[in-house]
Design a protein around this ligand. Sequence first.
Ligand code: IPE
Ligand code: IPE
Ligand code: MG
Length: 222
Amino acid sequence: MNSKQLHVACIMDGNGRWARKRGLPRTAGHTAGEESLADIVRAASKREVSYLTVFGFSTENWVRPRAEVRHILGLHKKLFGRISELNENNVRVNWIGRPFDEPGSRTPLYVQRAIRKAIEDTKQNSGMVLTVAFDYGSRSELTRAAKMLVASNSELTPANLQNFLYDASLPPVDVLVRTSGESRISNFLLWQINAAKIYFTERPWPDFDAVDLDAAIALTKN
Ligand code: IPE
Ligand code: IPE
Ligand code: MG
């Protein structure tokens, strides 16, 4: 077995289409997607994945209908509230996105609290790091990093720019997954996917399972 510790990143797409196919409201698709994520976190934590980074909500997603946005925010509160499950799986929670105290940040206070609490209550775990990208956009991340680099008067090098990313300790992505038949990157981890393999699947996120995860991981072996 290859013991390399992997970074898997997922653009969790297709919740709405999954629901529509079943005659359900889009919100039901997001609920199913959150459950699928909980399953994938468990499965990944039992494999050679040391970092799992998922796109929960983008800087572009705020324009969606208010009721849908509210539902998705509630699901993030639920996700970050799964503390005992995360602790059972030795998973440490992490978050990337527009910093709460900076202009432009849109994360409401109750989601901020849930994020802070999940990070605090899982910080002792030594297993997989689950990074949730919420109010995240790669262009915002890179623009901010460039501004900070200029302000620091450091030399403009890739290593110095990397230091100013939301989480400079995130390793490069080994495989990027996008579900539901779209082959777009949608402003996700543009810097970190530099050398990543890409796994596209037709399956919508609520149906993504451990078999798909293994297929994505297998891409990193060749
Ligand atoms: C992904 O599913 C979830 C988020 C972007 C928050 P979508 O809601 O984009 O589902 P589709 O693409 O409309 O099917
Ligand atoms: C990307 O999915 C964002 C998340 C998965 C959170 P979208 O469904 O928002 O992406 P586009 O707009 O189709 O590219
Ligand atoms: Mg979509």
